[in-house]
Design a protein around this ligand. Structure first.
Ligand SMILES: Cc1ncc(COP(=O)(O)O)c(C=O)c1O
Length: 371
């Protein structure tokens, strides 16, 4: 709560905007994680979209308000739906827009969804699908949404960090024209947990959605920054320090190097594993995510055709073996109806040797699955 905490948020916030290529006028809040960053960005969106429709949601609530249209990709992260729920927008009220095989929102489907209704609208786009790492086509999405005067919120828990790398930033082209962004420092920046970040291109909306006043708080005007104006909490840890320290020690090139290294390591994983005949990599490895599926080969000697073998069960079995061996840890997922192991490379200390040892462990597991 001290002024030092607020100042360090201002300094780290300016560095983050610069690093992530966001407009300099964007406001920033240091929240507990990306779930709350989504909540905060969407609360600002709700405020602003309803304000433009002549409704003061903070004073008058949501009951009786003009209906808000919320559009999300079919592969939306569950925390966006959670955040919307807290804001009074139920999961069934959200319009899901079709995506492609990598989970990217299809612009033509978004265009049709936007054109099929009217009134205040919020579009939730995604930088870094939690399974494939894929990015929505921001340039087109923002153009389409803004034609309909809709707000664009971007969930970029880990994927927004691609913007910090000259080699990867093409993935997020156009993202800087969105209206709010949510990301995490406790994922790819590798600071301790309790470190989400929200940015809003409309600071007045951000502040209106989060701030409050009471006589004992003795507030007067906008300056100096009060950390509590930009997050859902009043009392909290001075989160800016961990982010400040990470950025100060890594510098611009250190952050880019860390992000690019993780992506190279993800490709290394994919190359090692895809050489195995019974492994299929389900995603295009564009970032740090690799989806590994076990598809046991036909075994003519035992009278088994490929179709006889349950690839979902084989994948789950291999995953359990990897987890039991404890060389590395990875989780499982379902991707477009298929079971997969989900590799996510995001730790600063992971080396090529770690990846090779982990890939060997996965290969051992896959080879010992009964076919
Ligand atoms: C794409 C995406 N969005 C949001 C979140 C939620 O972030 P947090 O767990 O920091 O609240 C995650 C976490 O896994 C995520 O991967």
């Amino acid at each position: 709560m001290s002024p030092a905490g607020a100042v360090v948020e201002e300094v780290a916030g300016a560095w983050l905007r610069d690093l992530l290529g966001l407009p300099a006028s964007t406001s920033v809040g240091f929240v507990s994680g990306c779930h709350m960053a989504n909540f905060t960005g969407l609360a600002a969106a709700r405020h602003e979209m309803l304000r433009r429709a002549g409704w003061d949601v903070e004073a008058d609530g949501l009951q009786g308000a003009p209906p808000l249209r919320v559009l999300v990709g079919e592969e939306v992260h569950v925390s966006v739906l959670g955040a919307l729920r807290y804001l009074g927008i139920g999961t069934k009220q959200v319009r899901r827009v079709d995506v492609d095989a990598q989970g990217r929102m299809l612009p033509e489907a978004l265009a049709a969804a936007l054109a099929s209704g009217s009134g205040p609208a919020i579009v939730c786009a995604q930088a870094g699908n939690v399974n494939t790492g894929a990015f929505d086509p921001f340039d087109t999405i923002v153009d389409l949404a803004h034609v309909h005067e809709a707000w664009v919120h971007v969930d970029g828990a880990f994927g927004l960090w691609a913007a910090a790398s000259p080699a990867l930033r093409h993935h997020v082209a156009g993202v800087e024209r969105a209206d709010s962004w949510a990301t995490d420092a406790h994922k790819w920046l590798n600071v301790p947990y309790d470190s989400g970040l929200v940015f809003v291109a409309h600071p007045a909306a951000h502040r209106a959605a989060m701030s409050f006043s009471a006589a004992y708080l003795m507030r007067s005007g906008d300056e100096p920054r009060e950390a509590m104006d930009w997050t859902p909490e009043s009392s909290r840890r001075a989160r800016g320090f961990a982010v400040y320290a990470a950025l100060r020690s890594l510098g611009r090139s250190g952050v880019a190097d860390m992000i690019e290294r993780c992506c190279r390591l993800a490709k290394r994983f994919a190359d090692r594993l895809s050489a195995e005949p019974s492994i299929r990599i389900l995603n295009d490895v564009v970032l740090n995510q690799v989806l590994v599926r076990v598809e046991p080969q036909a075994d003519g000697a035992r009278g088994l055709s490929g179709a006889d073998v349950d690839a979902d069960a084989a994948t789950r079995d291999a995953l359990k073996r990897v987890q039991d061996e404890r060389v590395c840890w990875l989780g499982g997922t379902r991707w477009h109806g298929l079971d997969a192991m989900r590799i996510s490379v995001s730790n600063w200390s992971t080396t090529e040797e770690d990846v090779d040892r982990s890939a060997d462990s996965i290969l051992r597991a896959v080879r010992s699955v009964p076919g």
